[in-house]
Design a protein around this ligand. Structure first.
Ligand SMILES: [Zn+2]
Length: 253
């Protein structure tokens, strides 16, 4: 099961366009993984500082950094920020290489980011830059401060703004982390009525709906990479040992 891979104790990295995105695409999963001993890092590429109706961007960025820290404490995770400009997140090799460096430093087993089918340009940019970053991180000939690292799993989380063509191909049990997520997300003013969208209602119901289908209380949905993409970033790993066709696992010698 996919839970065996995600909750094995290996590090998890979640890359979101704006502070609050990582929390909704993988917050309950992150709290569950952290409770089971994994080092979990959220990377907020921008703080989403343009999203307040009354506060100036600088003031709102400062508020969101405090909210992100309080939320991270509730989830039991750590977070990093690049302070890139909200609404103008650059989908460039420079962004991808900065994410690549975080991947090489944090050595995640699982990387989670945005699905590509989003109306929001920053979300598309974050997802694409992270795909590039996973590729760069695995490239052994690309010399950076830290050596190459290949994550085991790349997943795309569910976000209400990234719904075009999203196929929930994996449902992951996140029951253990749900209450920490709910407490954490409410640290953000965005979840307490700043935005017209009812985030807490929507995501609580969504996780419960997926839980019904998964046979648990709460589950999060993820889209996966294509087989060719997975093989692509796995090509820098040591050769796989092929199993004999008989399925004996090599017991015949
Ligand atoms: Zn966003």
């Amino acid at each position: 099961m996919i839970e065996d891979r995600i909750y094995s104790g290996g590090p998890v990295l979640v890359v979101g366009a704006h502070a609050f995105d990582a929390e909704v695409i993988a917050g309950p999963l992150a709290a569950t993984a952290a409770a089971r001993g994994a080092a979990v890092t959220f990377l907020h590429l921008t703080m989403g500082e343009q999203g307040h109706t009354r506060l100036a961007p600088d003031a709102y960025a400062a508020q969101k950094k405090e909210e992100a820290s309080r939320c991270a404490a509730r989830l039991g995770i750590s977070w990093l920020g690049f302070d890139l400009p909200d609404a103008f997140l650059p989908d460039t090799d420079e962004t991808a290489l900065r994410i690549c460096d975080v991947i090489r430093e944090t050595k995640p087993q699982t990387v989670i980011t945005h699905w590509s089918g989003s109306w929001h340009k920053d979300h598309r940019a974050a997802g694409e830059a992270t795909r590039k970053a996973v590729f760069y991180a695995a490239l052994p000939t690309l010399v950076r401060a830290a050596p190459a690292h290949t994550p085991d799993l790349l997943l795309f989380g569910q976000n209400w703004e990234d719904d075009e063509g999203f196929v929930p191909s994996q449902l992951v049990d996140v029951t253990e982390g749900f209450e920490a997520w709910r407490a954490g997300i409410l640290e953000y003013e965005l979840a307490r009525g700043l935005a017209s969208f009812p985030y807490v209602d929507y995501y609580s119901a969504l996780y419960r709906t997926h839980g019904c289908l998964r046979g648990v209380t709460y589950a999060q949905a993820f889209a996966t990479t294509s087989h060719s993409w997975s093989a692509g970033f796995g090509q820098f790993m040591p050769p796989m040992r092929l199993r004999p066709a008989c399925g004996c696992g090599g017991k015949h010698g």
